[in-house]
Design a protein around this ligand. Structure first.
Ligand SMILES: [Zn+2]
Length: 316
């Protein structure tokens, strides 16, 4: 769907961005959909600050009622002679068979374009950037105009107020509050990582009765699962060793716990994957290789499953 109001706002937005960045931007394509629009810009880096400033500039130009003027030229070369800094998109202008149309936003931007445009920027009413995403060296800027932009602004305000309410943050300082929470989270994660290592390293290994295998086992709660997997990977480098560790999460409604079951490569007769599946049955899910298995098991059955795996290993 071609929305000439949204499309004209896109011209103004790219014109503003170009001024802020001091360079001509390569717009690969523009999409106008029923609910929103996207402009795809080929550039390795686009500052959020520039996007926000360009958004303000576009709304200022809308409020000033800048004229949108259409010029016609016999060729792109002629157009470029008249407008040396002309922005052109070959895909968009090649559809025009013999003449080139140049769209000028008064004292702001000129671009060769064959699509339909508004006569005045005031028709756009309000311009709002709704989302920004990056794929390799292409940015997609999602935007809305007019009534849709106003509705999006109301939704965005509601979301922000809800965020402030949930965080107990002030509207003016919410970004700082989030920054502090993020920093605190990193500190807590680092502390939990240290605690996880200490807990795992404090396990006293046992020796199986019959085949004298070193068994490193434990059932914990609230540790970091990725650290447990790393620990198991390091521990099974030791000769004649198996590792069986369960970790419960702290969520009260969690009905499953994570499990890691792994063995040293010398214990070729122990197939961890088969033993785990045989013993856990319908009370577990997961798998892996004959020497390293990860999965989940029923929380209430975890102790019994670990015990049965140890017995199975010992009776091989
Ligand atoms: Zn256009």
């Amino acid at each position: 769907m071609h929305n000439k109001i949204a499309h004209t706002a896109e011209h103004a937005f790219i014109g503003s961005l170009q001024k802020l960045m001091g360079q001509t931007l390569n717009v690969r394509k523009v999409e106008h959909r029923e609910a929103d629009n996207s402009v795809f810009i080929l550039t390795p880096h686009l500052e959020l600050e520039s996007i926000i400033k360009a958004q303000s500039d576009v709304n200022f130009l809308i409020s000033m009622g800048r004229k949108v003027i259409t010029h016609s030229f016999v060729s792109l070369i002629e157009a470029e002679k008249h407008f040396p800094r002309l922005r052109s998109n070959v895909e968009r202008i090649k559809k025009e068979s013999d003449s080139i149309r140049v769209i000028e936003i008064e004292d702001h931007d000129v671009a060769a374009c064959a699509m339909e445009h508004a006569c005045n920027l005031s028709e756009c009413d309000f311009f709002l950037v709704k989302g920004i995403s990056k794929n390799v060296s292409e940015y997609e800027i999602n935007f809305v105009v007019g009534k849709q932009a106003k509705e999006t602004a109301i939704v965005a305000s509601l979301k922000l107020l809800n965020i402030c309410n949930k965080l107990g943050a002030n509207f003016n300082t919410v970004e700082n509050t989030i920054g502090k929470l993020k920093a605190d989270n990193e500190i807590y994660h680092s502390k939990l990582k240290t605690l996880t290592k200490e807990k795992l390293e404090s396990i006293t290994p046992s020796t199986s009765k019959h085949n004298k295998i070193t068994i490193v086992q434990g059932i914990f709660s609230g540790l970091i699962d990725s650290e447990i997997r790393s620990f198991a990977g390091e521990k099974i480098a030791e000769h004649n060793t198996i590792v069986i560790i369960c970790n419960m999460n702290h969520e009260p409604n969690d009905t499953v716990v994570n499990i890691v079951f792994a063995r040293n490569e010398s214990l070729v007769y122990i197939d961890c994957n088969k033993i785990f599946k045989d013993i856990a049955g319908n009370d577990g899910r997961g798998g892996g290789t004959p020497h390293f298995v990860t999965g989940i098991v029923n929380r209430e059955k975890a102790t019994g499953i670990v015990r049965n795996i140890v017995d199975a290993v010992d009776n091989h």
